[in-house]
Design a protein around this ligand. Structure first.
Ligand SMILES: *[C@@H]1O[C@H](CO)[C@@H](O)[C@H](O)[C@H]1NC(C)=O
Ligand SMILES: *[C@@H]1O[C@H](CO)[C@@H](O)[C@H](O)[C@H]1NC(C)=O
Ligand SMILES: *[C@@H]1O[C@H](CO)[C@@H](O)[C@H](O)[C@H]1NC(C)=O
Ligand SMILES: *[C@@H]1O[C@H](CO)[C@@H](O)[C@H](O)[C@H]1NC(C)=O
Ligand SMILES: *[C@@H]1O[C@H](CO)[C@@H](O)[C@H](O)[C@H]1NC(C)=O
Length: 207
Protein backbone atom coordinates (compact mmCIF):
# COMPACT_ATOMS: atom_id res chain seq x y z
CA UNK A 1 0.00 0.00 0.00
CA UNK A 2 2.74 2.41 1.04
CA UNK A 3 4.61 1.57 -2.13
CA UNK A 4 1.57 2.45 -4.25
CA UNK A 5 1.19 5.79 -2.48
CA UNK A 6 4.85 6.60 -3.11
CA UNK A 7 4.59 5.75 -6.79
CA UNK A 8 1.52 7.89 -7.10
CA UNK A 9 3.18 10.74 -5.28
CA UNK A 10 6.18 10.59 -7.58
CA UNK A 11 3.81 10.71 -10.53
CA UNK A 12 1.97 13.72 -9.24
CA UNK A 13 4.75 15.94 -7.99
CA UNK A 14 6.17 16.75 -11.44
CA UNK A 15 2.65 17.33 -12.73
CA UNK A 16 1.83 19.65 -9.86
CA UNK A 17 5.02 21.55 -10.59
CA UNK A 18 3.81 22.38 -14.07
CA UNK A 19 0.25 23.16 -13.05
CA UNK A 20 -1.44 26.50 -13.57
CA UNK A 21 -0.71 27.34 -9.93
CA UNK A 22 2.88 28.04 -10.85
CA UNK A 23 2.11 30.47 -13.61
CA UNK A 24 1.63 34.11 -12.66
CA UNK A 25 -1.56 35.94 -13.49
CA UNK A 26 -1.60 38.41 -16.33
CA UNK A 27 0.08 41.78 -16.18
CA UNK A 28 -2.30 44.19 -17.87
CA UNK A 29 -3.26 42.34 -21.04
CA UNK A 30 -0.11 40.28 -21.18
CA UNK A 31 0.25 36.64 -20.11
CA UNK A 32 3.24 35.94 -17.90
CA UNK A 33 4.22 32.39 -18.88
CA UNK A 34 6.28 30.12 -16.63
CA UNK A 35 9.15 30.47 -15.65
CA UNK A 36 8.77 34.26 -15.74
CA UNK A 37 7.78 35.62 -12.36
CA UNK A 38 6.20 38.88 -11.25
CA UNK A 39 5.63 37.90 -7.60
CA UNK A 40 7.04 35.63 -4.90
CA UNK A 41 4.16 33.18 -5.10
CA UNK A 42 4.32 32.32 -8.81
CA UNK A 43 6.81 31.55 -11.57
CA UNK A 44 10.48 30.93 -10.80
CA UNK A 45 12.20 33.71 -8.88
CA UNK A 46 15.35 33.43 -11.04
CA UNK A 47 13.24 34.77 -13.92
CA UNK A 48 11.97 37.90 -12.25
CA UNK A 49 10.30 40.55 -14.39
CA UNK A 50 8.21 43.47 -13.15
CA UNK A 51 4.59 44.39 -13.56
CA UNK A 52 4.53 48.17 -13.22
CA UNK A 53 1.02 49.54 -13.39
CA UNK A 54 -0.10 47.01 -15.98
CA UNK A 55 3.08 47.13 -18.07
CA UNK A 56 5.41 44.14 -17.99
CA UNK A 57 9.04 45.21 -17.76
CA UNK A 58 12.55 43.75 -17.70
CA UNK A 59 15.03 45.22 -15.20
CA UNK A 60 18.66 45.56 -16.27
CA UNK A 61 21.59 45.20 -13.91
CA UNK A 62 21.92 48.99 -13.99
CA UNK A 63 18.32 49.32 -12.79
CA UNK A 64 16.76 50.53 -16.02
CA UNK A 65 13.36 49.16 -16.96
CA UNK A 66 12.64 48.05 -20.51
CA UNK A 67 9.09 47.34 -21.64
CA UNK A 68 8.48 43.72 -22.66
CA UNK A 69 6.81 43.77 -26.08
CA UNK A 70 6.27 40.04 -26.62
CA UNK A 71 7.09 36.66 -25.13
CA UNK A 72 7.58 33.31 -26.84
CA UNK A 73 7.74 30.83 -23.96
CA UNK A 74 8.12 27.79 -26.26
CA UNK A 75 11.29 29.28 -27.68
CA UNK A 76 12.40 30.74 -24.30
CA UNK A 77 12.62 34.18 -25.82
CA UNK A 78 11.18 37.61 -25.23
CA UNK A 79 11.55 40.96 -26.94
CA UNK A 80 12.08 44.20 -25.04
CA UNK A 81 11.68 47.69 -26.36
CA UNK A 82 14.87 49.55 -27.29
CA UNK A 83 15.25 52.65 -25.10
CA UNK A 84 13.79 55.83 -26.49
CA UNK A 85 16.04 58.37 -28.10
CA UNK A 86 15.75 61.84 -26.61
CA UNK A 87 13.72 64.32 -28.66
CA UNK A 88 16.39 67.02 -28.46
CA UNK A 89 19.66 65.08 -28.48
CA UNK A 90 20.93 61.86 -29.99
CA UNK A 91 20.94 60.23 -26.54
CA UNK A 92 19.35 56.92 -25.55
CA UNK A 93 17.35 57.09 -22.33
CA UNK A 94 19.74 54.55 -20.75
CA UNK A 95 22.90 56.43 -21.82
CA UNK A 96 23.71 57.56 -18.29
CA UNK A 97 23.86 53.94 -17.07
CA UNK A 98 25.97 52.83 -20.05
CA UNK A 99 23.22 51.13 -22.06
CA UNK A 100 21.72 47.70 -21.53
CA UNK A 101 23.58 45.43 -19.13
CA UNK A 102 22.46 42.01 -17.96
CA UNK A 103 24.17 40.29 -15.04
CA UNK A 104 26.53 37.56 -16.30
CA UNK A 105 24.98 35.08 -13.91
CA UNK A 106 21.42 35.87 -15.00
CA UNK A 107 19.62 33.17 -17.06
CA UNK A 108 18.82 35.87 -19.65
CA UNK A 109 21.11 36.96 -22.43
CA UNK A 110 20.88 38.87 -25.72
CA UNK A 111 20.10 36.51 -28.61
CA UNK A 112 21.85 36.33 -31.98
CA UNK A 113 18.85 37.70 -33.88
CA UNK A 114 19.51 41.36 -33.15
CA UNK A 115 20.96 43.89 -35.55
CA UNK A 116 22.22 46.69 -33.33
CA UNK A 117 22.64 50.23 -34.67
CA UNK A 118 24.80 52.70 -32.81
CA UNK A 119 24.55 56.45 -33.33
CA UNK A 120 26.62 59.55 -32.71
CA UNK A 121 29.79 57.50 -32.42
CA UNK A 122 33.24 58.94 -32.02
CA UNK A 123 35.79 58.04 -34.66
CA UNK A 124 37.58 55.62 -32.30
CA UNK A 125 34.69 53.21 -32.74
CA UNK A 126 35.60 52.39 -36.35
CA UNK A 127 36.56 48.82 -35.54
CA UNK A 128 35.39 45.68 -37.24
CA UNK A 129 32.93 43.98 -37.16
CA UNK A 130 30.94 47.20 -37.09
CA UNK A 131 29.64 48.46 -40.40
CA UNK A 132 29.98 52.25 -40.30
CA UNK A 133 29.95 52.79 -44.06
CA UNK A 134 27.81 55.49 -45.60
CA UNK A 135 25.33 52.87 -46.82
CA UNK A 136 25.12 51.04 -43.49
CA UNK A 137 21.62 50.10 -42.34
CA UNK A 138 21.72 52.66 -39.54
CA UNK A 139 21.70 55.43 -42.17
CA UNK A 140 18.32 54.25 -43.37
CA UNK A 141 16.99 54.37 -39.82
CA UNK A 142 18.25 57.91 -39.27
CA UNK A 143 16.79 59.10 -42.53
CA UNK A 144 13.46 57.28 -42.64
CA UNK A 145 12.31 56.73 -39.05
CA UNK A 146 11.08 59.55 -36.82
CA UNK A 147 12.77 58.10 -33.72
CA UNK A 148 16.18 58.45 -35.40
CA UNK A 149 15.79 62.06 -36.50
CA UNK A 150 18.00 63.49 -33.74
CA UNK A 151 20.83 61.23 -34.82
CA UNK A 152 20.85 62.30 -38.47
CA UNK A 153 24.32 63.00 -39.89
CA UNK A 154 26.15 61.58 -36.87
CA UNK A 155 28.64 58.75 -37.37
CA UNK A 156 26.63 55.55 -37.08
CA UNK A 157 27.45 51.86 -37.26
CA UNK A 158 25.48 48.60 -37.48
CA UNK A 159 26.31 45.05 -36.54
CA UNK A 160 24.63 41.71 -36.15
CA UNK A 161 25.04 40.71 -32.54
CA UNK A 162 26.39 37.21 -32.91
CA UNK A 163 28.05 34.51 -30.88
CA UNK A 164 31.48 36.15 -31.10
CA UNK A 165 30.35 39.08 -28.94
CA UNK A 166 29.37 39.46 -25.35
CA UNK A 167 25.72 38.58 -25.08
CA UNK A 168 25.15 40.54 -21.89
CA UNK A 169 25.41 44.15 -22.94
CA UNK A 170 24.87 46.84 -25.53
CA UNK A 171 27.18 49.63 -24.56
CA UNK A 172 26.76 53.37 -25.05
CA UNK A 173 28.65 56.25 -23.44
CA UNK A 174 29.36 59.93 -23.84
CA UNK A 175 32.47 60.10 -26.04
CA UNK A 176 31.69 56.68 -27.59
CA UNK A 177 28.30 56.16 -29.21
CA UNK A 178 25.46 57.91 -27.38
CA UNK A 179 22.36 56.20 -28.78
CA UNK A 180 21.29 52.85 -30.18
CA UNK A 181 18.41 50.87 -31.45
CA UNK A 182 17.99 47.23 -32.40
CA UNK A 183 15.98 45.25 -34.93
CA UNK A 184 15.00 41.58 -34.54
CA UNK A 185 15.49 39.37 -37.63
CA UNK A 186 16.18 42.35 -39.86
CA UNK A 187 15.32 41.97 -43.51
CA UNK A 188 17.32 44.58 -45.38
CA UNK A 189 14.92 44.53 -48.32
CA UNK A 190 12.05 45.72 -46.11
CA UNK A 191 11.63 49.46 -45.50
CA UNK A 192 13.01 50.71 -42.14
CA UNK A 193 9.53 51.80 -41.05
CA UNK A 194 8.39 48.15 -41.03
CA UNK A 195 11.41 46.64 -39.26
CA UNK A 196 10.72 44.83 -35.99
CA UNK A 197 12.32 47.20 -33.47
CA UNK A 198 13.27 45.40 -30.28
CA UNK A 199 16.02 43.60 -28.42
CA UNK A 200 15.45 39.87 -28.29
CA UNK A 201 16.56 38.13 -25.12
CA UNK A 202 16.63 34.39 -24.57
CA UNK A 203 16.63 32.53 -21.32
CA UNK A 204 18.16 29.29 -20.15
CA UNK A 205 15.25 26.95 -19.31
CA UNK A 206 14.98 26.15 -15.57
CA UNK A 207 16.57 22.79 -14.79
C1 LIG B 1 -1.27 53.67 -14.57
O1 LIG B 1 -1.89 53.37 -15.83
C2 LIG B 1 -3.09 54.10 -16.07
C3 LIG B 1 -3.72 53.57 -17.36
O2 LIG B 1 -2.73 53.37 -18.37
C4 LIG B 1 -2.77 55.60 -16.14
O3 LIG B 1 -3.94 56.34 -16.36
C5 LIG B 1 -2.13 56.02 -14.82
O4 LIG B 1 -1.72 57.38 -14.88
C6 LIG B 1 -0.92 55.16 -14.49
N1 LIG B 1 -0.44 55.46 -13.16
C7 LIG B 1 0.85 55.66 -12.88
C8 LIG B 1 1.21 55.91 -11.46
O5 LIG B 1 1.73 55.62 -13.77
C1 LIG C 1 26.85 63.39 -29.67
O1 LIG C 1 27.53 63.08 -28.48
C2 LIG C 1 28.29 64.14 -27.92
C3 LIG C 1 29.00 63.58 -26.68
O2 LIG C 1 29.75 62.44 -27.01
C4 LIG C 1 27.38 65.31 -27.60
O3 LIG C 1 28.13 66.39 -27.11
C5 LIG C 1 26.60 65.72 -28.85
O4 LIG C 1 25.65 66.71 -28.51
C6 LIG C 1 25.87 64.51 -29.44
N1 LIG C 1 25.24 64.87 -30.71
C7 LIG C 1 23.91 64.91 -30.86
C8 LIG C 1 23.43 65.24 -32.24
O5 LIG C 1 23.10 64.71 -29.97
C1 LIG D 1 25.48 39.59 -10.49
O1 LIG D 1 24.56 39.73 -9.45
C2 LIG D 1 25.02 39.18 -8.22
C3 LIG D 1 23.89 39.21 -7.21
O2 LIG D 1 23.16 40.40 -7.29
C4 LIG D 1 26.25 39.95 -7.76
O3 LIG D 1 26.72 39.45 -6.53
C5 LIG D 1 27.32 39.83 -8.81
O4 LIG D 1 28.44 40.62 -8.48
C6 LIG D 1 26.80 40.26 -10.18
N1 LIG D 1 27.77 39.87 -11.20
C7 LIG D 1 28.39 40.74 -11.97
C8 LIG D 1 29.33 40.18 -12.98
O5 LIG D 1 28.21 41.94 -11.87
C1 LIG E 1 27.68 47.64 -44.85
O1 LIG E 1 26.28 47.49 -45.03
C2 LIG E 1 25.83 47.82 -46.33
C3 LIG E 1 24.30 47.76 -46.32
O2 LIG E 1 23.81 46.55 -45.79
C4 LIG E 1 26.45 46.84 -47.32
O3 LIG E 1 26.03 47.16 -48.62
C5 LIG E 1 27.97 46.94 -47.21
O4 LIG E 1 28.56 45.98 -48.05
C6 LIG E 1 28.43 46.70 -45.78
N1 LIG E 1 29.85 46.98 -45.68
C7 LIG E 1 30.69 46.19 -45.01
C8 LIG E 1 32.10 46.64 -44.95
O5 LIG E 1 30.32 45.16 -44.48
C1 LIG F 1 22.81 32.60 -23.99
O1 LIG F 1 21.63 31.89 -23.67
C2 LIG F 1 21.46 30.67 -24.41
C3 LIG F 1 20.09 30.08 -24.06
O2 LIG F 1 19.65 30.44 -22.83
C4 LIG F 1 22.60 29.74 -24.10
O3 LIG F 1 22.46 28.54 -24.85
C5 LIG F 1 23.91 30.43 -24.46
O4 LIG F 1 24.99 29.59 -24.08
C6 LIG F 1 24.04 31.75 -23.74
N1 LIG F 1 25.22 32.43 -24.24
C7 LIG F 1 26.12 32.98 -23.44
C8 LIG F 1 27.30 33.57 -24.10
O5 LIG F 1 25.98 33.01 -22.22
Amino acid sequence: MLKVVMIMASMFIPLAHLSALDQCSKCGKMEVPYPLSIADNCGDSNYRVYCNNGTLEFLSEEKSYYKILSIDAEASRLIISPPEIDKKKCYSSDLMVGGLKINESSPFNISNSNTVMLFNCSKDILLSPLNCSSNSLCRQYEEKVEGGRRCRNTLCCSYLKDASMTSHRIRVRVGGCTAYTSVVDLKAEDPPTSWNYGIELQWLPPN
